[in-house]
Design a protein around this ligand. Structure first.
Ligand SMILES: *[C@@H]1O[C@H](CO)[C@@H](O)[C@H](O)[C@H]1NC(C)=O
Ligand SMILES: *[C@@H]1O[C@H](CO)[C@@H](O)[C@H](O)[C@H]1NC(C)=O
Ligand SMILES: *[C@@H]1O[C@H](CO)[C@@H](O)[C@H](O)[C@H]1NC(C)=O
Length: 252
């Protein structure tokens, strides 16, 4: 479930296994339209979060394997009557989706989790392909920085990666066969920098002010780092925000 905002409009979006319902919210709470999706176990669905965004987008898995369907919520009547707009993002099932605050960029990962692709939501062109790693991984979260200069990505490998998406020269390069759609022998772009979090523990990542980046993990840990364009990444804070002792202990 997610919500998005337009000028004077708030949308409430509910993702079911094979359907997405879009409601106006809060008053009147009315169903505006419903769309059929591919089987969407993870409830993948993202909406532009900024009321003043350039484009009010809704993105979710399309009908074709690895595809993303894009709906421009500011012109829903058009999108309802015309053919769906979609991007063939990956060759396998989608694993994670993210929109930037302006609704102009879409980042995608498949359930293999090795590559992250960043797309222009207007032209539907691939802007950059980034390599998270060479081993398969479950991607938990992708998030854009406010200015869309960077994205972060957390996965079950216990690493949060930070990639530059505007000045992509900042990313590390390795002449490994990328296997991506930019060409088999193209140079892969690897993360600018990274930091570690508990492995196999779901974490969300987000950018804060002053080049800070935080990760919040299901085990109750909070991680804050500050990074720069040279790829230096230093820990600034660590905390445990949940008392994660078991209920049984309390009874003894
Ligand atoms: C994390 O960053 C360090 C320092 O730049 C680098 O040596 C290491 O290979 C990176 N690890 C991963 C998993 O990307
Ligand atoms: C992305 O980061 C923003 C803050 O920049 C935060 O409000 C939002 O919840 C994050 N999204 C996810 C999926 O963690
Ligand atoms: C960001 O950095 C500026 C200048 O160093 C400082 O005044 C401000 O308090 C910092 N903001 C946060 C949220 O740390």
């Amino acid at each position: 479930m997610g919500s998005g905002m337009g000028i004077g409009v708030i949308w409430l979006v509910v993702a079911l296994l094979d359907k997405i319902h879009v409601f106006s919210f809060p008053t009147p709470t009315q169903r505006l339209f419903s769309l059929e999706t591919r089987k969407n176990d993870r409830g993948l669905c993202e909406v532009t979060s900024l009321a003043s965004a350039e484009r009010q987008m809704l993105v979710f898995p399309g009908h074709k394997l690895g595809s993303v369907q894009l709906v421009d919520l500011s012109c829903t009547e058009i999108s309802m009557s015309s053919a769906p707009i979609w991007i063939a993002a990956h060759k396998s099932e989608l694993g994670c989706l993210a929109l930037n605050q302006q609704g102009t960029r879409l980042a995608t990962a498949s359930n293999k989790g090795t590559l992250i692709r960043v797309w222009d939501t207007a032209s539907k062109h691939l802007l950059v392909e980034l390599r998270r790693g060479s081993d398969p991984a479950t991607v938990y979260c992708i998030n854009f920085s406010r200015d869309s200069d960077y994205i972060c990505c957390s996965s079950d490998k216990g690493t949060v990666h930070i990639f530059a998406i505007k000045n992509t020269n900042l990313n590390k390069r390795m002449a490994l066969p990328s296997g991506g759609i930019l060409g088999k022998y193209g140079e892969s772009q690897w993360a600018l920098t990274n930091f570690t979090v508990p492995p196999e523990c779901a974490c969300i990542c987000a950018f804060g002010s002053n080049s800070s980046i935080i990760a919040l993990c299901l085990d109750g840990t909070f991680h804050k780092y500050v990074f720069n364009s040279e790829g230096i990444c230093n820990r600034e804070a660590f905390d445990v925000y949940l008392d994660v002792c078991d209920d049984d202990d309390d009874l003894q």
